[in-house]
Each structure stands twice: as structure tokens, then as C-alpha cells.
Design a protein around this ligand. Structure first.
Ligand code: SIN
Ligand code: MN
Length: 292
């Protein structure tokens, strides 16, 4: 899949691209069918909502679930990212299956992902991309992702580490700055946008694009996969967060054929028999920023 000049220009201007219905329903089914058994596991890689059993986010499924391992190598997902990064090899920095379950899915506060990757993981630059793939239809009621178009042009914004609002720590941007960014982006006229569409839709968004989502009070789940692809040369320099959250394997992603989700293309699953103890370890001694 090759991006047109218009799409490249739109990405540069807005900080995101939306591809409604990019994956077919039978491709999406192979992924959605795998979610309940992933969410049922009592493992560190399933972070549950505050005071609830509902899964907020599942980490690293591409290392222990076949359909998600195929998605992590899908050319319709990888190739446009590669094009935006001038064909540089990419590795998987983070892989999440976010629940945002009916009635229980909690908010994601306003933030930039690169803020966390910089502060926690010492990722040198913003040369990493977020990809969201909807496994459920996303509408205005089930907590769609919200973007402030063009906010990626601000670079890294000051953020504070919020450890209390939800069950998951996040570097968040304060309300005053959000109000200014929304005003600058057009205020009530598209200062906030939220791409909505059928299961199988994909969004590519810049790692500095400011985004958030509200809680899900609707009766409809909003399960989405978030893949974060980083240029190999820009790999993280600090292992403060455990390896199941911020990966330490910088091997370039090799794409599978386009029909890999339907043909059950063979894939390796290094964590099939369980997550290794090493994936839970956080660095006790930290390298300097210069050291690789
Ligand atoms: C995220 O920003 O990482 C997740 C947002 C969401 O699932 O709505
Ligand atoms: Mn995010």
C-alpha cells in the first residue's frame, strides 16, 4: 500500500491519516476471536481498570498470540509507516490491545505518546509511529480517540506524570495548554477531531500528536490494537519499564504476505509457553543517555 502525495501532505499538516475499513470483516474476526482468551489470563501483561476486572490494556500479544503476531507483520500496516520514515527498518516498540469495554472503559487523559517514550524509555527522537486498528466499530458513544490536529508540530510538550487518575501511569498535558492547542487548531471548528468507523479501520498518528479518549458508558465494547513502530536507529536507551511494556528486541519487522490473517501464515511465538521472567525485570542500573 503506497501513500499518495496528498496523504503525505495531510499527514504532515494534521499529524494523522485515517483508513476506514482497511481490513475486511473476516480478517478482523481472526483477531477479535482471540481477545477473550487473552483478557482472561491473570498475568502482569493484562492491566485492569481501576476497581474493575475489565481489561484496560493488554501488552505484547504479538509474542504469544498467532493472529496478533501476524498483524504485527502485516504489510497494509507496516508499509505506509515505512514510507513515512523513508524506508528505514522498523521494530515494534509497544504492542497493546486496549479494551475500553462497554460501561467500564475508563478515560485516557490528554497526552503525547512520545512524552512517555522520551521520559521513561529515553527514546532519542520522535521517529516512531502509532498505529490504531479498530477491532470493534467506533462511534461517538464508545470513547473514540480524539486528536488535536496539527499538535504534533509543537514537538515535545511539558507533561506531568499522572499516577492516580486511572490504573495506568501516563505523562499528561495540562488543561490550559490543551485549551490553547484546541483554539489554535480551529476551536469549535475541527480543533478536536475523532475518526470513527467500522471494525477494521486503521489510523496512523504521529508520536507527538496530542490525543485522549473519554470513558465508554455505551453498551458497546471499543477494543482497538495500538502498535508503536520505531525506527531501529532510534531504539530506546533505558530499560526502566519492563520488557513486556517497552520492548528491548530491536530486530527489524519483516512483512508477511497481504493475506496472512486469512491463510494463517506460520509465525514464531517466543512467549507461547509463558512470559519469561526477564520480561518483568526493570533496569536497576541505568546506562547514560549516550550509551546504546
Ligand atoms: C492510548 O493513547 O495509548 C490509548 C488511547 C485509547 O485507547 O483511547
Ligand atoms: Mn497514547
Amino acid at each position: 500500500m503506497k501513500l499518495s502525495q496528498d496523504q503525505l501532505d495531510a499527514f504532515d499538516r494534521d499529524g494523522y491519516l485515517f483508513f476506514p475499513g482497511l481490513f475486511e470483516p473476516d480478517e478482523v474476526t481472526t483477531l477479535t476471536d482471540a481477545v477473550p482468551s487473552l483478557y482472561a489470563r491473570r498475568e502482569a501483561f493484562n492491566v485492569r481498570e481501576k476497581g474493575s476486572d475489565a481489561v484496560r490494556t493488554n501488552f505484547a500479544a504479538h509474542l504469544y498470540s498467532e493472529p496478533f503476531a501476524r498483524l504485527a507483520r502485516h504489510p497494509r500496516m507496516v508499509q505506509p509507516v515505512q514510507q513515512l520514515f523513508d524506508d528505514e527498518p522498523l521494530y515494534m516498540h509497544q504492542f497493546k490491545v486496549n479494551g475500553k469495554m462497554a460501561f467500564e472503559g475508563d478515560v485516557w487523559q490528554w497526552h503525547q505518546d512520545y512524552g512517555t517514550w522520551k521520559n521513561d524509555d529515553w527514546m532519542p527522537t520522535e521517529r516512531a509511529m502509532n498505529v490504531a486498528i479498530f477491532l470493534d466499530d467506533v462511534n461517538e458513544f464508545n470513547g473514540p480517540l480524539m486528536f488535536i490536529p496539527g499538535s504534533h508540530k509543537k514537538g515535545v510538550i511539558d507533561a506531568k506524570h499522572d499516577l492516580t487518575t486511572t490504573s495506568y501511569p501516563l505523562w499528561t498535558v495540562d488543561n490550559e495548554l490543551i485549551a490553547a492547542l484546541v483554539e489554535r487548531a480551529g476551536g469549535k471548528q475541527d480543533g478536536i477531531v475523532s475518526p470513527k468507523g467500522p471494525a477494521g479501520s486503521m489510523i496512523l498518528f504521529h508520536s507527538c500528536l496530542v490525543h485522549a479518549s473519554t470513558s465508554n458508558l455505551s453498551p458497546w465494547n471499543r477494543v482497538s490494537v495500538y502498535l508503536s513502530l520505531c525506527a531501529v536507529s532510534n531504539h530506546i536507551r533505558r530499560f526502566k519499564r519492563p520488557g513486556y511494556i517497552a520492548h528491548r528486541d530491536f530486530t527489524p519487522i519483516a512483512c508477511l504476505p497481504d493475506d496472512c490473517l486469512l491463510k494463517n501464515h506460520p509465525v514464531e511465538l517466543p512467549w507461547k509457553e509463558g512470559m519469561p521472567a526477564s520480561a518483568l525485570v526493570t533496569a536497576s542500573t541505568e546506562p547514560t543517555r549516550q550509551a546504546a
